[in-house]
Design a protein around this ligand. Structure first.
Ligand code: ZN
Length: 423
């Protein structure tokens, strides 16, 4: 087999002619003092793929040489970095203007081959971006760009909004809480199906616009956190859909109340000159917030201890756990338990619980809707937790677009296959 043919096979190149391949030395690192040996493969598109518009892929007249020769980073060959080098002429498309011609090995406007990008995109759904960038010998920003191109291409291949019946709408903060994105999750698949910058009724109307009138009429349930900017547009344009509250939001209110009681108790103990006890209560945060099945034996012991030493804090903890139970049993039984929790809060004489009880009472009908329709929450909650993890990592770094692309890749079912492995 000739070497060019071997290289073409190993790199998985299609519709491409390999002209030559050579090992060359390139400067790298700080001040470009480090020399690395790379494999440079000179290529050109096969005749039938040459001179096509990168957008519509139609054959178009040659315009000019553009900026001459150009390089694309390809998947490593053993320990060698591999680069493809080719002409990058421009074509004139009557519809899309003068653009650098399509190449079969890379996406439009990318400096990486499509296999390289697919590999990076696959990896970031399994490990953090820093690790991917280091392993693939590229940068965070490079990875972000790849994720955006891959998700845009994958999203274009299928209609994520087809067949939606039950959706959850939520907002997520990023950049230290100053900016938000709104996300829509399909309760039936747990998939993230839509995301956009901002959090107001205009954004929700944007979702309903994308969905279209007919499909909006097919929604049966919409769950949210009780915010009017979400409810309003759905009541107007999908009036048949039952509006519910997401259980994890309601349990989240209770978790916040427990945390407020804990902080107040710690402050009181400090004022009373009991710093050790104050520190002990302060250190209970995770034990109290975690679900009992996730507590370590040590944390369980400490929660049991509070039952003896701090009745008010323990009461708050029990209210939170009882509320979780409400959503576990659902239906009529759930309603009865909920009434019990509200009565308990009202009588508690703990201000944080009294106000939690008032929130529950205010949203009672929405919670009943959740209980009656048995909105199963596990998958959408897993998606929600994953997205919150992403937004935390995104602080101070990602643009909202990059964040949305990462979210769609990881939770929207847009992860590409690894090159050369598709079934
Ligand atoms: Zn075109």
């Amino acid at each position: 087999m000739r070497i060019s043919k071997l290289v073409k096979k190993v790199l998985g190149l299609k519709d491409t002619v390999v002209e030559s391949a050579a090992v060359e030395t390139r400067a790298r690192g700080r001040k470009r003092r480090r020399e690395v040996r790379v494999l440079v493969v000179r290529v050109r598109p096969a005749a039938r793929r040459a001179l096509r518009c990168p957008v519509c892929l139609d054959r178009r007249p040659f315009r000019d040489e553009g900026r001459g020769r150009r390089l694309w980073r390809a998947l490593d060959f053993g320990v060698f970095e591999v680069w493809l080098e080719a002409d990058a002429p421009r074509v004139a498309c009557p519809e899309h203007g003068v653009l650098v011609a399509h190449v079969p090995w890379a996406r439009h406007k990318s400096r990486f081959t499509a296999s390289f990008e697919d590999t990076c995109a696959w990896l970031v759904t399994r490990m953090n971006v820093t690790a991917v960038a280091e392993y693939m010998r590229t940068s965070w920003r490079g990875v972000d760009g790849m994720v955006e191109r891959v998700t845009a291409e994958m999203a274009g291949r299928r209609d994520a909004l087809a067949g939606l019946r039950r959706v959850g709408v939520d907002e997520m903060a990023h950049r230290r809480g100053h900016r938000y994105i709104t996300v829509v999750v399909d309760h039936d698949t747990g998939r993230l199906v839509w995301a956009r910058k901002g959090r107001d009724s205009k954004v929700v109307h944007g979702f309903l616009d994308d969905l279209g009138e007919e499909r909006a009429r097919q929604l049966t349930h919409v769950s949210a956190d009780g915010a009017e900017w979400i409810h309003g547009p759905f009541r107007e344009r999908a009036p048949q859909a039952v509006i519910c509250l997401d259980p994890f939001h309601v349990v989240g209110w209770a978790t916040d109340a427990v945390d407020e009681v804990r902080r107040r108790m710690a402050a009181e103990l400090r004022r009373q000159g009991k710093p050790d006890q104050a520190a002990a209560v302060k250190g209970l945060r995770w034990a109290l917030v975690k679900n009992p099945e996730n507590q370590s034996p040590e944390q369980r012991g400490r929660v049991a201890e509070i039952a003896r030493t701090n009745a008010r804090l323990y009461r708050a903890y029990l209210v939170k756990e009882q509320l979780r139970e409400v959503f576990r049993v659902k239906g009529r039984h759930g309603r009865r338990l909920l009434a019990g929790v509200m009565a308990w809060c009202a009588r508690s004489r703990v201000p944080e619980l009294v106000s939690l009880g008032q929130s529950l009472a205010r949203h009672r009908e929405l919670i009943w809707a959740t209980l009656d329709h048995g909105l199963s929450n596990a998958r959408s909650e897993a998606t929600n937790t994953h997205l919150r993890g992403l937004t935390k990592r995104a602080y101070g770094y990602h643009s909202p677009d990059a964040l949305i692309a990462h979210a769609m890749l990881a939770r929207g079912g847009l992860r590409p296959d690894l090159p050369g492995r598709a079934a």
